[in-house]
Structure formats: C-alpha cells, structure tokens
Ligand binder design. Structure first.
Ligand code: G16
Ligand code: MG
Length: 216
C-alpha cells in the first residue's frame, strides 16, 4: 500500500540548478577559478560545503575552514537574491497536478532536499501546503547517497519506508532512496539513473496511477 511519496527538490519540484550555477560562477570568477556547466553537473544534489570543495579543487592556494565558511556564505547570499524571483510558474511540468491528486487520494507527501533554502523555495512556489513533512538537512549527518534524509522524511510522516516511493533526478539520490528501502523513481536518463525502479525522462510523465502501480 502506498503511504507516502517523498520528493527531492532541485530537478524534481523546480529547477534551481540554474541559480546554483550562476551563484557559484560568480564566486568562482571573483576567485579567478574556472567554472562551467560541465562542472556544475557535479554539484547537483550535493551539499553546499561539498559543492564549495568541488569549486575550489583547481585553486592553487588552500583555504582555512573559516575562509571556506565565508565563501559558502557569499555564494548563498547571491543565491538567495536569485531565488526571490521564483514564482508558482517555476513548478516543473506535471508537479502541481500530481501533488493535488496525491492530496485528494490521502497519500502523504514529504520533501528530502539537501538544500537549507528548501522551505523558502516551497513558499515561493506556493507549494508549502502540499508537503506534510520537510526533512531538515542541517540535522542529517550523512548526505545522499546515505538514506538518512529520506528516512527522516518517512519518520516525520509516520510512514513505513517499505510503503514509500522516492523521486530523484540524481544518481546519489536514487541510491539513497533504495538504501532507505523505498522504491525509486528517477527523472532523467538511463546513463545516470539506470538503477531506478522506474525511469522517466521528465516530471510531465509522472502520474498517481503510475506510482500506485509501482508500489503494487
Ligand atoms: C540541492 C542542489 C545542490 C545544492 C544543495 C544545497 O539539492 O541540488 O546543488 O548544493 O541543494 O543547497 P543549499 O546551498 O541551498 O543548502 P536537492 O537535494 O534539492 O537536489
Ligand atoms: Mg535533485
């Protein structure tokens, strides 16, 4: 029986990756470091501090923990200015209808995002009321592919992980869902997400019936 669907945010509910890209690029340029869209791919689903390590990997000089905290803060301030522009029109295709029908069918909905800005983004999208639980990445010790954040969301919803489906666009995210004992829906291509229990090219293809069938 399907009790809950637990979503990733970036790449599933909305596409914040472009804003992360622009904010990291701005920081990299200030530091005189190369940064492009290829490198940005490696930041998807990865925490802010781990992302910074990837941005700094070509640097000739090393940074203290304090300096790193300052750089991450700088990136986050410019990112926060960008996400103020988000509106409900930025929900990815099919997501609004899916969340409405899950609510109508009494299926719980949770969020398992690595982003500390997730509550603000849900608010800007007008999507907060569809989520009964938002896991707190600040309280999670290990990021994806560790299952911790998906397990926290299931626990907040009072759902048995075996009766949950997770939806992800990142390889580490699909691995996290499966390690949590949940069924994984991957949004993307087989090259990265071949391990998913159900693979879809776009969120537009998601439907409640498809999710109910997957649960069996
Ligand atoms: C998102 C993005 C990552 C970002 C991370 C942390 O994860 O995909 O690129 O680094 O959140 O974001 P913040 O700096 O806002 O805390 P997800 O899990 O929603 O795909
Ligand atoms: Mg994602």
């Amino acid at each position: 029986k399907l009790e809950a669907v637990i979503f990733d945010l970036d790449g599933v509910i909305t596409d914040t990756a472009e804003y992360h890209y622009l904010a990291w690029k701005e920081l990299a340029e200030e530091l005189g470091l190369p940064f492009d869209r290829v490198k940005n791919e490696r930041l998807k689903g990865v925490s802010r501090m781990e992302s910074l390590e990837i941005v700094l990997e070509d640097s000739e000089r090393s940074y203290t923990a304090e300096e790193k905290a300052g750089l991450a803060e700088r990136k986050n301030e410019s990112y926060k200015r960008m996400i103020e522009r988000i509106t409900p029109a930025d929900l990815l295709p099919g997501i609004r209808d899916l969340l409405v029908s899950l609510q109508e069918q009494g299926i719980a909905v949770g969020l398992a995002s690595a982003s500390h800005n997730a509550p603000f983004i849900l608010e800007r999208l007008g999507a907060s009321s569809w989520f009964q639980a938002v896991a707190d990445p600040g309280s999670v010790r290990k990021g994806k592919p560790d299952p911790e954040i998906f397990l926290q969301a299931a626990e907040m919803l009072g759902a048995d992980p075996a009766n949950c489906i997770g939806v992800e666009d990142a390889e580490a995210g699909v691995a996290a869902i499966q390690a949590a004992g949940m069924k994984a829906v991957g949004i993307g291509s087989a090259a990265q997400l071949g391990a998913a229990d159900l693979l879809l090219a776009s969120t537009a293809e998601l439907s409640p019936d498809m999710l109910l069938n997957l649960m069996g």
